[in-house]
Design a protein around this ligand. Structure first.
Ligand code: PEP
Ligand code: MN
Length: 336
């Protein structure tokens, strides 16, 4: 259920409704919009029905939410969620590029990558310190040392850092170094970790599981939102289909679809979706045209030497020319 408060309802009136819900053992999530405050009510619908909202002048309407996700839905919040990472704005009309290598390999590699990313116009820097690899024999990432190197890159460039947290036991550690905590596709339904991230105050970039429906993805976001962290960024990264020409199939249609269902910002990762460097720039343009709030791409100063995902990593020159194309299209579309 969503309770829409009358425009001009006072803080005291809003608190009165929140207290009433708490008395009934219901959870209240308050969202203050430009014109109205809405209160998302989570709990047994039968209990919600027993509350005599019509007796309160401050309440304008009570709307049932039929979707299984509530806080992630457009019914709960009509305006798009805008997330601030330092000075960088995510969502709300801007188009933000996150770039960096698949994994942190050395101080030189990570600082060099971050400089190239910043100079070409990326607003956030990515790099994995904990890597979810299909084979246990593949490079697993530098762990805590990798996080320290990411912090060095941030110091050098001022770019906020996005990095993956692979295990609930590492949330505290990754939180200390990251500006945005990434949940990888393989962990999209790691509900314990989603709950833990819901108790943090830093943004979470939630990748779509490679076999997850849009609804399952939004339910995963709901786990984070329900615990109180409203800073969730969704990231489409390709899904498994019968197609073998690309690593996964980038679901471009998910962008406008999710934007219709949810107020959360939607990013696209064409690097992991395709596994092929040359397909990354055109799909970034497609993501922008389809209404995404940004993209996350892999870029390595020397892709041939990359310890992970070299074949999908853009070269510095490739990244720069992609950024020029993205800028031209963004201007044409009137996007920031
Ligand atoms: C990544 O971004 O480093 C990554 C492993 O992506 P995904 O979880 O989408 O495979
Ligand atoms: Mn990768």
């Amino acid at each position: 259920m969503v309770i829409v408060m009358r425009s001009g309802a006072s803080e005291q009136e809003i608190q009165e409704i929140v207290d009433l819900l708490h008395e009934k053992g219901l959870e209240a999530h308050v969202s203050k919009g430009e014109f109205r405050t809405v209160i998302g009510v989570i709990g047994d619908d039968e209990l919600v029905m027993q509350v005599p909202f019509q007796a309160y002048r401050s309440v304008e309407r009570v709307i049932p939410i039929l979707k299984p996700y509530k806080l992630a839905s457009r019914e709960f919040q009509e305006e798009p969620t805008v997330i601030k990472v330092g000075d960088v704005q995510i969502g709300g009309g801007t188009f933000t590029v996150i770039a960096g290598p698949c994994s942190v390999e050395s101080e030189e590699q990570v600082v060099e990558s971050a400089r190239i990313a910043r100079e070409a116009g990326a607003k956030l820097f990515r790099g994995g310190a904990f890597k979810p690899r299909t084979s246990p024999y593949s490079f697993q990432g530098l762990g805590e040392e990798g996080l320290r190197l990411l912090a060095r890159a941030r110091e050098e460039t001022g770019l906020p850092v996005v990095t993956e947290v692979l295990d609930v036991r590492d949330v505290e550690l990754v939180y200390r170094f990251a500006d945005v905590l990434q949940v990888g596709a393989r962990n999209m339904q790691n509900f314990l970790m989603l709950k833990e991230l819901g108790r943090q105050d830093k943004p979470v970039l939630l990748k779509r599981g490679m076999s997850a429906t849009v609804e399952e993805w939004l339910m995963a976001a709901e786990y984070i939102l329900k615990e109180g962290n409203s800073k969730v960024i969704l990231c489409e990264r390709g899904i498994k289909t019968f197609e073998t020409g690309t690593r996964n199939t980038l679901d471009i249609s998910a962008i406008p679809a999710v934007k219709g269902f949810s107020h959360l910002p939607v990013f696209v990762d064409p690097s992991h979706a395709t596994g092929i460097r040359d397909l990354v720039p055109p799909l970034c343009l497609a993501a922008l045209a389809a209404g995404a709030d940004g993209v996350m791409v892999e870029m390595h100063p020397r892709p041939r030497e990359a310890l992970c995902d070299g074949s999908q990593s853009l070269t510095p020159d490739g990244f720069r020319s992609m950024m020029e194309e993205v800028t031209r299209l963004a201007e044409f579309l009137g996007r920031g």
